[in-house]
Design a protein around this ligand. Structure first.
Ligand code: NAP
Length: 258
């Protein structure tokens, strides 16, 4: 891994993602939606993955209206999907595109904020399933397509609370720690035997539904819009990060203490 690489300093060139096929989970809203639109703006062909077909169609239409390469939609509810649903997505990707150049695991559930002592066990299972197990399963079925790329990037979405433990963040924090582990293990396994690189990116605080759920009393309008945070995603999903693997990156500088 290149320690010097900082995706925050990268200025994407027009057409930087041209010719690349990039799949994004949770592309219906928030950061995933913004990154999907940005990838399309830099000329990637985007596969929009999510559970809400109507919302995905709206993103698809926005990409179509912009004149970017035509996107496609894969409806996949990561809480309920079974093996056959994952296989259907992987088969469709190979059949339509013959390869996959980027995979952003962005979809996530917050769960509840409560002490471990009182954490609701079914909520714990749902959060770990959507945030970790589904990302593992989707990566596994898409690896054959990723290995067909000349230069593929798998990117897991991290969080500040998944790098340093913080009270009451429960299953969400634990799931984000798990993604750091999954990313490092997969990166080590693929190094030298494939051209697939694997990293994590922490978007930092952003003005989304999840952030509002976590901090209902916060003045959310003071936080950056997701569209302002897409540059580091382009850097890590595109050719700028070729050869960079096993890293944990941030899209924003750390917030000032106090
Ligand atoms: N916002 C922040 O301040 C912040 C900070 C650090 C990390 N993050 C991370 O950034 C990522 C995006 O978060 P966000 O803030 O953009 O949240 P968001 O606006 O709530 O978006 C979450 C996305 O995940 C999708 N999703 C949830 N459950 C799903 C399921 N079962 N199957 C398929 N898709 C599902 C949602 O789909 P629907 O549209 O159908 O609900 C939505 O597209 C997450 O990984 C989050 O942990 C966010």
């Amino acid at each position: 891994m290149s320690a010097a690489f900082d995706p925050r300093t990268h200025l994407p060139a027009a057409g930087e993602l041209a010719g690349r096929v990039i799949a994004i989970t949770g592309a219906s809203d928030g950061i995933g939606r913004a990154v999907a639109l940005a990838c399309a703006r830099y000329q990637a062909t985007v596969i929009l993955i999510g559970r809400n077909e109507r919302k995905l169609e709206a993103v698809h239409a926005e990409i179509g209206a912009s004149g970017a390469p035509e996107a496609s939609i894969a409806v996949l509810d990561l809480e309920r999907a079974l093996a056959a649903d994952y296989d259907r997505v992987a088969d469709a990707v190979l059949e339509r595109y013959g390869r996959l150049d980027g995979l952003l695991h962005n979809a996530a559930l917050l769960g509840t904020l409560s002490p471990i002592e009182h954490y609701d066990v079914p909520t714990w299972c749902r959060v770990l399933h959507v945030n970790v197990t589904a990302a593992f399963a989707l990566t596994q079925v898409l690896l054959p397509a990723l290995k067909k790329s000349a230069d593929a990037s798998v990117l897991f979405t991290a969080s500040t609370v998944g790098r340093h433990g913080r009270a009451y963040w429960g299953a969400y924090a634990v799931s984000k720690f798990a993604l750091e582990g999954l990313s490092q293990v997969l990166s080590a396994e693929l190094e030298g035997i494939s051209r697939v690189r694997v990293n994590t990116l922490n978007p930092g605080r952003a003005r989304t539904a999840m952030r509002r759920q976590a901090y209902p009393a916060e003045a959310i309008e003071t936080l950056p819009l997701p569209a302002a945070l897409t540059g580091p995603y382009i850097a890590l999903l595109g050719p700028a990060s070729r050869g960079v693997s096993g890293g944990s990156f941030d899209a924003q500088p750390p917030p000032l203490a106090g």
